[in-house]
Design a protein around this ligand. Structure first.
Ligand code: FAD
Length: 408
């Protein structure tokens, strides 16, 4: 039993009814919280999974939204779901949230406001974050023709792969000198670019878009190289900005994300934050990171529910991310940016697994691109090694003949 489980008068309000907020609301009940839970969401639909939007939803003829919980399940758990409600302010003195449907008091508040696509100051450009944007993009891809993707991050590259598989001609432009910069090590990023090249998709790094104009033949795109490209559609995947406006306006500490401690509490002891909007200290390196990942949203939801009901456990989950492109899967465990040295293991099939070690020789990250089952198996073991703070011998780590699990 938790400190608050028996108090039916306690009120928890959750702002943001996406993956993280909804999971947290359910986890609060699983922890035995007996007070009221109100889940407020701007979108009109109950939480749905975003990862399929750039994968199966592009490829499938008739994709359906994947809802981890139905409204009935939420109602059964005694969670009051209020969709289409925009929270416009937090009054910390009065412990009230202000919404476009009236004010709402709270005893404890959880911010799971997620992130939104970063926008470019260009016309005729599509973005992908919501199911409605996914439907528009799907129609564009069905229409065929030439697609320009701005941004060689995960979402841009997944869209490029999906559109190519649907028969479009695709070019990707990326401002940085490397695809997937800051997300995966260069050696893996190069493999991803080569995979796209094998499918006839050119990834042009060090290139930006300077203009997009409507012309008789479709859209004319001006590039920083001075060239112009005629295409039928332009989509940008240039990163996501955390929804921190509410937190900032309320005077909470905000950096790249709402700053929280290891129990996901903000600078106000009555307010917590989790998921894509939160900058969370990494249990291994102590570095604060905002991890935009489906599993982190779930893991943090569980930690935050515990913390909001009196638990003292710090958030220790190893970040994990996956991406599907063509017939290959990319997975990352840990935080590659916290590594100071690297080791690369080449498997018999020629695919690579990249390891990152910190200054103490501890494994802190592993990244691999390849066939799904092979990648999944190795990354699962690497994740355990990261979780236990293993310091594997670099020579053994590089040797494909040494089973990873023997390096514990
Ligand atoms: C196209 C796409 C593909 C992805 N693919 C992968 C993948 O392959 N692997 C992976 O690990 N992760 C992937 N992700 C990331 C993953 O989906 C996110 O990390 C996860 O959705 C984060 O959940 P969240 O609840 O924190 O935020 P969100 O899902 O963004 O939910 C936040 C919700 O809060 C609402 N909100 C915000 N402000 C307010 C307000 N003021 N009032 C009311 N409501 C508000 C928003 O409208 C939104 O519905 C992908 C994301 C996208 C967009």
């Amino acid at each position: 039993m938790t400190e608050s489980s028996g108090d039916t008068a306690e009120r928890i309000v959750v702002v943001g009814a996406g993956e993280c907020g909804t999971r947290a609301a359910m986890a609060l009940r699983e922890r035995g919280f007996a007070g009221s839970i109100t889940l407020l969401g701007r979108e009109e639909v109950v939480a749905y999974e975003r990862p399929p939007l750039s994968k199966a939803a592009l490829a499938d003829d008739d994709p359906e939204l994947v809802h981890p919980w139905t409204p009935e399940q939420l109602a059964e758990a005694g969670i009051s779901l209020r969709l289409g409600v925009d929270v416009t302010a937090i009054d910390r003195e009065a412990r009230t949230v202000v919404t476009d449907a009236g004010a709402m008091p709270y005893d404890r508040l959880l911010l799971t406001t997620g992130a939104g696509s970063r926008r470019l100051g260009l016309d005729h450009v599509h973005y992908l974050r919501t199911h409605a944007e996914a439907a528009t993009l799907r129609d564009l891809v069905r229409a065929g023709g030439r697609l320009l993707v701005i941004g060689a991050g995960f979402i841009g590259l997944e869209i490029a792969a999906g559109a190519r598989q649907r028969g479009m001609e695709v070019v990707v432009v990326e401002a940085a000198d490397q695809a997937l910069a800051r997300m995966v090590p260069p050696v893996v990023a190069d493999e991803v670019v080569a995979l796209h090249a094998d499918h006839g998709v050119q990834v042009r790094t060090g290139t930006t878009v300077t203009s997009v104009d409507e012309v008789a033949v479709g859209l004319r795109v001006g590039l920083s190289t001075g060239e112009s490209l005629d295409v039928d559609a332009v989509v940008a995947g240039v990163g996501a900005a955390p929804h921190t406006e509410l937190a900032s306006a309320a005077g909470l500490l905000v950096e790249d994300g709402i700053v929280v401690d290891e129990q996901l509490r903000t600078s106000d002891p009555h307010i917590w934050a989790a998921g894509d909007c939160a900058a969370v200290p990494d249990a291994r390196s102590g570095h604060r990171a905002r991890v935009e990942s489906w599993r982190s949203a779930h893991d943090q939801a569980v930690t935050v529910a515990a913390s909001m009901t009196g638990g003292q456990e710090p958030h220790v989950a190893v970040p994990w991310f996956w991406s599907d492109q063509y017939d290959q899967m990319l997975q990352t465990a840990g935080l590659p940016t916290t590594a100071v040295s690297e080791v690369v293991r080449e498997r018999e099939d020629g695919s690579l697994i990249h390891f990152g070690l910190d200054a103490q020789g501890r494994l802190v990250a592993a990244t691999s691109l390849g066939r799904g089952p092979v990648v999944a198996k190795d990354i699962r073991v690497a994740e355990q090694l990261i979780a236990t703070g293993a310091t594997p011998d670099p020579t053994a780590l590089a040797d494909p003949g040494t089973p990873l699990r023997s390096l514990r």
